[in-house]
Write a protein that binds this ligand. Sequence first.
Ligand code: GRF
Length: 216
Amino acid sequence: MSRRLKLAILASGRGSNFEALVRASKEKRMDAEVALLVANKGDAGASDIAKREGIDVLTSLSKGRGAQHEREVLAAVAAARADLVCLAGYMRVLSPSFVRELEGRLINIHPSLLPAFPGLDAQAQAHRAGVRIAGCTVHFVDADVDAGPILAQAALAVDPAWNARDLAERILALEHKLYPAAVEMLASGKARYDQGRVVFAGARAPGHPLFSADAL
Ligand code: GRF
């Protein structure tokens, strides 16, 4: 991928990562544009942001059986000619056939340093465990939850005085930097997906996949 990427973003929640991607595109921090938002809750904060920014929004999706819902999402992604589909807090488990259909074009952000703390409330899990280093991960999606080849991670040192909420806020701020940086790695060709692995162009080239909170 080395032209301006078209993104479809799937988001359910408050939409702060969606907003971070939209802003990074506008500010040309990544060579990608947001072509479509799929929001599976009508009241998602992301929908309001998308409407304000003139981005197409798909909200009226089938709520019932997964297969119909996923067909609608795939049709919208195809109609938008999206190169890359970014999950940003999409609260639905995706079927293996959906994931297979988008293999190498589907990425997710998760608020922990995977493979530690997959699943819900990753930040609270990390806080309970008393980690000294926390962070977030952008990865290609495979059939398992919060699993798949890792594209980028960012880490921060944990202040022992922080409560779980403090930690979650710090991680979220880092997510907002990491997600656009990870998309830019794909847009610029510094990283690409190849048969279940992420291949980097130049192991220690600028844009090395190891980020720290200070470097982003
Ligand atoms: C983020 O913490 C993301 O890592 C997780 O879901 C949350 C979505 O937050 N997958 P927001 O809606 O982008 O604010």
